[in-house]
Design a protein around this ligand. Sequence first.
Ligand code: 5GP
Length: 300
Amino acid sequence: MSPRPEPPEVDRVAASHAAVAARRARAAVKHDVATRARSARDVLDVAWRDPSSAEAGLRVRELLTSVPTLGPARAAKVMAELGIAESKKAAGLGIRQRSGLWNYLLGREGDSEPGRLVVLAGPTAVGKGTVSAYIRDNYPEVHLSVSATTRPPRPGEVDGVHYFFVKDAEFDRMIAQHELLEWATVHNSFRYGTPRPPIDEALAAGKRVLLEIDLQGARSVRQAMPNAILVFLLPPSWEELVRRLTGRGTEDTADQARRLATARVELAAQEEFDFRVVNTDVAEAAREVVELTAVSGHRS
Ligand code: 5GP
């Protein structure tokens, strides 16, 4: 016969009862995710709002492997890509990990959305802005995303039309509250990001959505929304690109050199894209990009 438990043992029993209850609660959360009664994002939302919740104590790995059709190998890969340690609990994630994980899940859950997301990227000064402005003015059926940026407006730029011009603190808030589908620091200076709610709404309504963003942004969108179509806008030639870059006259020489260096690296990335469109004539390039927003299910 073992000796009667001492009072501390009583505490231990109570603690182990609490642990059993917590484990049960976490199992119930996983069950809800596995049966699609709740989304993984809903679980994370509760975990991040209430650190004492069962959701908060759930390991990220367990949450991900509960998601229907997301296997352990895929979960491990996603966690490695986001720099999330194997044993990490939902509430223990840092800001970048939170937004990365959120966007990844959003992309998966967005897989069944009827709309189509097309990302237009390309080297600096290739004319992405001109082509997207042409699309904005001539193809109202395409929803053109308006990015947020910390850079000040250039002459003629209108807040809410060309960009949402925001202060650093506001940009920080948008990141923290998962309001950005992706964001990047462009040309080592200002931050640019894609506000997520308007895109979710447009896609849910079956609309064609176009993002004009930089290469880092395009890569982030590919991760977050694997069904997105990536279009690379090419200059007719490198000489033409240099001419366009130096002819714009809105940046000083150091800035131009920096943009040229970025452009060289960006040109090399065209292989990663689904389609390439050469921008010889703006109207023609715009038409080709718009046609791609109407393509359905070409990606495996
Ligand atoms: P600009 O300051 O000349 O308007 O834009 C500079 C760069 O920022 C362009 O390459 C443009 O594609 C990129 N950009 C604009 N909006 C976004 C965004 O929301 N996300 C990312 N990643 N890049 C953006």
